[in-house]
Design a protein around this ligand. Structure first.
Ligand code: DGL
Length: 253
């Protein structure tokens, strides 16, 4: 049986899920969080779906167990490829998977032009098609961003080369989108650069806050919310000092 002081484990392919961890901490400061990034295997987004599924299940097996009350999959790619299999494998666990914030965008602009920027896996998977089918009146364009996750993993979110890459990717959409959904948890770390390119006419949305709210809802239903001191531990499959330093820098950003 899980207990209130048990940990909420937050998982991503790398450092991106820290953008979700920030929202979780904001909403539930009294909880004990363990963040785990699989940077040794990042990026997941260019891999075969089978591969992402295998890595996600392997990591979940390592992370779930005693002392854990919930798993937050803070990776859109892993959610697309493996959330159903995770729920089958752990039917009693509280598992929350982040999804692109398309509903937020479509509620705001039901017939509007909405961009979704995400990894190759997220853009091609069935999960996204199912989500899109719910908003038939919105005009949605899929925008891949190859190379962006690698730059963020390398601690180069604010580097000129990252701005140049974003400029290349987004220039065709300047003045053309009502909203842009950041469908990868790494992208909120370059939100300012994206906003500088697309300007005020494009609303930028991500699923971090919604995921945090859903996690709190499920914990509340299970009477597992904790109101303690709160703690955050960060771990990574690439346990280098640089990567751990980057993780804490992104957490404080
Ligand atoms: N952060 C992950 C996501 O939300 C993907 C990054 C990757 O390609 O590994 O989709």
């Amino acid at each position: 049986m899980a207990g209130k002081t048990d940990k909420i484990v937050v998982f991503d392919s790398g450092v991106g899920g820290i953008s979700v961890l920030r929202e979780l901490i904001k909403l539930m400061p009294g909880e004990n969080f363990l963040y785990y990034g699989d940077s040794a295997n990042a990026p997941y987004g260019d891999r075969a779906t089978e591969d992402v599924r295998r890595l996600t299940l392997q990591n979940a097996q390592m992370l779930l167990g005693r002392g854990v009350k919930a798993l937050v999959v803070a990776c859109n790619t892993a959610t697309s490829a493996a959330i159903d299999q995770l729920r089958q494998a752990y039917p009693d666990a509280i598992i929350v998977g982040i999804e692109p914030a398309l509903k937020l965008a479509a509620d705001r602009f039901p017939t509007g032009k909405i961009g979704i920027m995400a990894t190759q896996v997220t853009l091609r998977e069935e999960k996204l098609s199912q989500q899109l089918a719910r908003f038939p009146n919105a005009q949605v364009v899929k925008i891949p961003a190859p190379g962006l996750v690698e730059l963020i993993e390398a601690g180069r979110a604010d580097a000129p080369e990252t701005k140049a890459l974003l400029q290349d990717i987004l220039t065709p959409y300047i003045g053309k989108l009502d909203a842009l959904v950041l469908g990868c948890t790494h992208y909120p770390f370059v939100k300012d650069a994206i906003a500088a390119i697309l300007g005020r006419q494009t609303l930028l949305l991500d699923g971090g806050e919604g995921t945090a709210r859903q996690t709190r809802r499920l914990l509340e239903q299970a009477d597992l919310l904790n109101d303690g001191q709160g703690s955050v531990t960060v771990a990574n499959s690439l346990g280098t000092p640089e990567l751990l330093k980057l993780s804490y820098t992104l957490l404080d950003k």
